[in-house]
Design a protein around this ligand. Structure first.
Ligand code: NOJ
Length: 509
């Protein structure tokens, strides 16, 4: 098991979706010079680490998750020199940068796939998963009939994303290769080569797309875990500082595979969804949620990963509806009081810090479909280009609804969501108990009941967090005395927790 990079003990991540963050050349699409120009803003929030969604050359059939060239920055974002400058500028500010690694598939336009489609055998014939006849579908959805090669190519996500070949754990057809077959091992080596390229340029690590999906027919992920352990061994030899977070959604498995961090996500166990996005989420005014739906999974994940890796709870991301959907500013403050005082490393999706809204019914852009509503351009200020672009036509429409939040307005309002997020992050950085590895101890978490209370502990310090998102007062049958460090909606008094409140209290030792 790898050692955890030291900086993760106080890491707070900001997710930059490059095309929607800051445009500097007026083409309506964000770019790397724009990302550099906004590094100080990210730092001012209290975030000290960044995850950048794919910035590689791509036909953008899936927003860049369909890579055409793993080693080239998409021209619309800038150049490889800009990427290098981005790493350098982030480092100068004491920040770390993880970039998105997409090892499961490429674009159909990737040269590897173009070569793989050829009927004559070549170096790339087995780089992807192919059946051995056009009439035989692969077990996964497949691409067929688009080349002279007699076979069907398996896809990993959309039809324009053919699956790279890492082999099958359970093989039921002759064309399925073992994970240690020369072709499957060659795919691994090709991806290691991509990792070297970016680590040499200055990346501090990777967020790994669909990390659980590489070895096919792998019940229980035994072979997938083995594969990632091989990647970690390579990193430990050549780039021991490389930090890795997986899009897996099952922390116990991912961390066994050598990842330092895994996300709680909107797929897999319903735990994360039950907080913010189920039919009756816990964080909702209606007060019909059940915190144990989250907590049971979280505690068992914590038990299997403690001391070895971190569980990351994102505010949202580019694949799910924004946190602000169905919530007002006070609701969001309560959500952030939770997100930013939990153990693990928090991930803040760009724009969530000002409560950017989910845009209902926008036409799909770049393979976004219903995710497009969470990907609209950052709202820096009011006006035609919203501080995002000097051109007037952003590639996804702006949120033009009344009261659409902006950074500029919220920076001037001491009570804004933005300033609340900053205050919470100041608190987190100031107290070891609140950082990544501080102990997490539930104090009150009853089935179908409010509030939810927990302590964070480190080096003799005990910090109690009491959350009542419901629109009714709740009982606090536990001790709440201490110094109030943060509070929204009133503090806990005489055993009563005000409706729609959040309180962070330093407990006497
Ligand atoms: C997960 C990514 O987050 C998502 O945006 C993408 O469409 C799929 N993986 C496929 O790469």
């Amino acid at each position: 098991m790898s050692r955890l990079p030291k900086w993760l003990s106080d890491a707070v991540f900001y997710e930059i979706y490059p095309q929607s963050f800051q445009d500097t050349n007026g083409d309506g699409i964000g770019d790397i010079p724009g990302m550099i120009a906004r590094l100080d803003y990210i730092g001012s929030l209290g975030c000290n680490a960044i995850w950048v969604n794919p910035w590689y050359d791509s036909p953008f059939g899936d927003a860049g998750y369909d890579v055409r060239d793993y080693k080239k920055i998409a021209p619309r974002y800038g150049t490889n020199e800009d990427a290098k400058r981005f790493f350098d500028e982030a480092h100068r500010r004491g920040m770390h940068v993880l970039i998105d690694l997409v090892p499961g598939h490429t674009s159909v336009e990737h040269p590897w796939f173009c070569a793989s489609m050829q009927p004559e055998r070549n170096e790339y014939s087995d780089r992807y998963i192919w059946s051995d006849s056009i009439w035989e579908s692969t077990d996964l959805a497949c691409i067929r009939g688009i080349s002279q090669r007699d076979g069907c190519a398996a896809v990993n996500f959309f039809s324009n994303q053919p699956a790279l070949n890492y082999g099958y754990a359970k093989r039921t057809r002759p064309w399925m290769m073992p994970p240690d077959s020369p072709a499957a091992l060659a795919t691994r080596e090709a991806i290691k080569d991509v990792m070297r390229f970016w680590l040499d340029m200055g990346a501090d690590g990777f967020r790994v797309d669909m990390a659980a999906s590489l070895v096919k027919a792998d019940d229980g992920w035994t072979e997938t875990i083995r594969l990632w352990q091989d990647f970690r061994a390579f990193l430990d030899r050549e780039y021991p500082h490389c930090a890795m977070v997986s899009e897996w959604g099952v922390p116990a498995k991912a961390i066994e595979g050598g990842f330092h961090m895994d996300f709680m996500l909107h797929f897999g166990p319903p735990a994360y969804t039950s907080l913010f996005r189920s039919e009756h989420p816990f964080f909702s005014r209606e007060g019909k949620g059940d915190i144990t739906a989250f907590l049971d999974t979280y505690l068992s994940d914590l038990a299997s990963t403690e001391g070895k890796g971190l569980i990351c709870i994102p505010s949202s991301n580019h694949d799910m509806p924004r946190l602000a959907r169905g919530r007002d500013v006070r609701d969001l403050k309560i959500c952030f009081a939770f997100l930013l005082t939990m153990s693990g490393a928090p991930f803040l999706y760009y724009g969530d810090e000002i409560g950017m809204r989910y845009l209902e019914d926008v036409t799909s852009v770049e393979g976004g479909y219903d995710r497009t509503g969470s990907r609209s351009p950052m709202q820096w200020k009011t006006g035609a280009g919203m501080g995002f672009t000097t051109g007037n036509t952003p590639y996804i429409p702006f949120d033009r609804s009344v009261g659409a939040p902006t950074v500029e307005e919220q920076e001037q309002d001491g009570d804004s969501l933005l300033n609340t997020v900053k205050a919470l992050l100041r608190l987190r950085h100031a107290h070891k108990a609140l950082r990544s590895f501080g102990e997490f101890v539930p104090v009150y978490a009853e089935r179908n009941a409010y509030p939810f209370a927990y302590e964070r502990r480190a080096e003799g310090e005990r910090i109690l967090v009491v959350l009542n998102p419901a629109d009714r007062e709740a009982e606090a049958p536990f001790g709440c005395e201490g110094e109030v460090l943060f509070c929204v909606g009133g503090s806990v008094r005489n055993g009563k927790v005000p409706a729609r409140s959040a309180c962070v209290i330093r407990r006497p030792i």
